[in-house]
Write a protein that binds this ligand. Structure first.
Ligand code: CA
Length: 236
């Protein structure tokens, strides 16, 4: 496997590099946050070992930026001992698993095997909500069996909503996931894209899937008649 190690402590970095190389993995080393982001966005890695405490940009930020940039490589986060809030924060930022320092090297190898196995399965999995279907492998979308042609941005927006179906997504989180956090995108732009997407996904269908969470953002879900809530839905 090709593995990126983001770790600033030279002794720990050397230990990881040597151990993983001996297991026949190809290892790249990043000693600070921005370098880790640059490497992960420029090259394909099978896994990323990401230390939380990194100079310039910490592990949480690195994970968040990579996920926002659609980097799919599984991330194993290294945290300090007994840092429970850290663990939650790390998983929330997009890490797949964590390991508390100090750790046995055999445990690190086992965790890496586990997250890379897990990562292989869902990548090609087709997303389905009611009669809406999105295939990440072919990037094709179907509603009620009919193909839906989307632009690249509309596709990313739909995938973002479908991957978190049933949960209200705040505008900022959607913008972050679709355009990346470094781009400045106005709420109006998001609303315009949602409107375009609705036209292609929901128009002509008896069951609408893209709903407005007023004052917050959007949610994609298949609602039954009983759970649509009070009153007609407001379109922006
Ligand atoms: Ca460190």
């Amino acid at each position: 496997m090709r593995i990126l190690i983001a770790e600033d402590e030279p002794a720990m970095a050397a230990l990881l590099q040597q151990g993983l190389s001996e297991e026949n993995h190809t290892v790249s080393l990043a000693a600070d946050g921005p370098t880790a982001v640059e490497f992960a966005r420029s090259y394909e890695f099978d896994a990323i070992v990401l230390d939380v405490m990194l100079p310039k940009l910490d592990g949480f930020e690195v994970a968040r930026l990579l996920r926002a940039a659609h980097c799919q490589a599984p991330i194993l986060m290294l945290t300090a001992r007994d840092a429970n809030p850290d663990i939650t924060r790390g998983l929330d930022a997009g890490a797949d698993d964590y390991l508390t320092k100090p750790f046995a090297f055999s445990v690190l190898l086992a965790r890496l095997r586990a997250i890379t196995r897990r990562a292989q399965a869902p990548v090609a999995a087709v997303l389905r909500i009611a009669d809406l279907e999105l295939n990440p492998a072919s990037q094709q979308v179907h509603r009620a069996g009919r193909p839906v042609l989307l632009t690249a941005t509309e596709y990313r927006l739909l995938e973002t909503l479908m991957r978190r179906a049933g949960r209200v997504l705040p505008r900022a989180a959607i913008i972050d996931a679709v355009w990346g956090s470094e781009r400045f995108v106005e709420d109006n732009t998001l609303d315009a894209f949602i409107s375009l997407l609705r036209g292609k996904i929901d128009r002509g269908s008896r069951r609408r899937l893209i709903h407005t969470a007023r004052g917050v953002g959007y949610i994609l879900e298949a609602r039954t008649a009983r759970t649509t809530g009070p009153g007609p839905e407001m379109y922006p």
